[in-house]
Design a protein around this ligand. Structure first.
Ligand SMILES: Cc1ncc(COP(=O)(O)O)c(C=O)c1O
Length: 471
């Protein structure tokens, strides 16, 4: 092969050698560069593409390291047969198809995103270094299945002070995410249960419950949270709720419904409440509402929360707090398993919390998210009453109601064609809801840049042809 015609983007954030490596690799996998082909020499290719010889050298070195090409001394570089890398061939077309079907996302209103620009990397690095410097031997061995005692102590303290959760570290179990802990809770609660879940609700729990063949009963949610009367008329014996900031509607479970829910649970030995308190750290309006767990005097609430929102979703650390009466069952069933969270991470987090950095981080992030929410509310004002906002008391997402001749699914597809991701509430529904939610969207704002919010909203409204009434 005399030459390789490759388009490189010199202004891209991706280094040139990586672009070159990716393009050649793609050619080899897709067969446009045939097996045994001799590639152009480093000098010739660098001259042809007007890039440095080092760039080509780095790209070729990576391809050699991954087995795509070989170097024959004084002869040149040759493409290898890659049948052995069957997994590459299998995954690539799928990936390529997905990319073609899903236009590039330029504005992402995904609720799972957090603000990544304010993470205290320096402090985190300090504790990570300390964990290695001072505890290396100890932390190499597996710890307690329940999670590190030091971290459980910090969590117990934090929960008492900020959420009114009353528990000892012995009641806390740490695991790698809510989604890994929920199946554990299900196993603890036994086989013959019927789960009431919020409708609309957190889709991840719908998947988990159905994967574990649990019977689920969708219960409607209104502006005061789960409708407890409907729960009372159902055959469910376990209620999964997000009372501080219902996902996805943002409703806060009212005080009277909290009491009703606890009373419902108290009426039968087999009844329990799973309280998912995933984003309660970020409350903007009014006083924080104490957890259901703190109000419970009958050992009926299993409290579950996560560091995915408050710190980072990639940390994969969440925890649940068991009522004392379920502890012996937990010890009988789960002490054979090793903790799913690496000890190093648990240790770093414990020290970070112990020295007050977690509270500082939360205070800082609360201000940042509050500002983002203000910008968002402000940006949406000119589009009222066509577009209204709700569920903005807490968290990192709100609900948009859009009065439009097209329904939310069509509007969401239109937005996607413009590179904007916004999800209709309908996608979080397990069954049709009493309240019409055809015109509602979930809008996550945590990952948006504060200064881009106005522009992001304008673009969304423009693509839906909704007029700015202030202009
Ligand atoms: C309702 C709810 N629960 C829990 C979580 C966090 O899950 P995990 O701990 O698995 O990251 C989220 C994240 O978006 C959520 O929306």
């Amino acid at each position: 092969m005399d030459m390789l015609m490759i388009q490189l983007e010199k202004d891209s954030k991706i280094p040139l050698y990586e672009q070159l490596y990716e393009e050649i690799k793609k050619g080899i996998i897709e067969g446009t560069i045939a097996v045994h082909t001799k590639l152009p020499s480093k000098r010739k290719l660098s001259e042809f593409l007007s890039i440095s010889q080092t760039t080509v050298e780095l790209a070729y070195a990576q391809l050699i390291a991954e087995g795509y090409i070989t170097s024959k001394s004084r002869v040149g570089f040759f493409v290898e047969a890659i049948e052995e890398l069957a997994y590459v061939e299998k995954t690539l077309p799928h990936h390529a198809i997905k990319k073609a079907l899903n236009p590039q996302i330029l504005i992402d209103f995904n609720p799972g995103k957090i603000d990544t620009s304010s993470f205290p990397f320096t402090t985190w690095r300090k504790y990570a270094k300390e964990a290695i410097d001072y505890h290396e031997k100890d932390l190499l061995l597996t710890g307690t299945p329940q999670g590190e005692l030091g971290l459980r102590e910090q969590i117990a303290n934090y929960l008492y002070q900020s959420r009114g959760v009353l528990c000892s570290p012995e009641q806390i179990v740490i695991g790698s995410g809510t989604e890994q802990l929920l199946p554990m809770i299900m196993k603890l609660l036994g086989e013959e249960n019927q789960y009431a879940i919020e409708n609309p609700g957190y889709t991840q729990t719908h998947h988990i419950f159905s994967q574990y063949n649990q019977q689920v009963i969708p219960i409607n949610v209104d502006e005061d949270g789960m409708q407890i009367q409907e729960l009372e008329h159902s055959s469910a014996n376990i209620a999964y709720v997000t009372p501080s900031h219902q996902f996805p509607t943002g409703a806060v479970l009212s005080a009277s419904r909290r009491a009703q829910l606890l009373n419902w649970a108290a009426q039968d030995e087999q009844r329990f409440i799973i309280e998912d308190d995933y984003d309660s750290e970020f409350r903007y309006i009014g006083k924080p509402i104490a957890s259901l767990q703190g109000m419970d005097h009958r050992d009926k609430v299993i409290y579950i929360s996560t560091f995915s929102k408050s710190l980072m979703p990639s940390l994969r650390i969440a925890y649940f707090v068991l009522p004392e009466k379920l502890l012996s069952r937990y010890y009988n069933m789960f002490t054979y398993y090793t903790s799913t969270v690496p000890r190093f991470e648990q240790h770093i987090l414990a020290q970070f919390m112990r020295d007050g950095y977690f509270s500082k981080h939360l205070n800082r992030m609360r201000k940042i998210y509050r500002k983002k929410l203000e910008k968002l509310t402000h940006a949406l004002m000119p589009y009222a009453p066509t577009v209204t906002i709700s569920g903005e008391q807490a968290g990192m997402h709100v609900v948009l109601t859009v009065k439009h001749e097209m329904n939310a699914s069509t509007l969401s597809n239109i937005a996607l064609q413009h590179g904007i991701r916004i999800t209709p509430i309908k996608e979080y529904m397990l069954a049709p809801t009493i309240q019409n939610r055809e015109d509602q969207f979930l809008l996550g704002f945590g990952g948006l840049e504060e200064n881009d919010i106005l522009n992001n909203i304008q673009k969304l409204m423009d693509c839906w042809n909704i007029q700015n009434t202030f202009r």
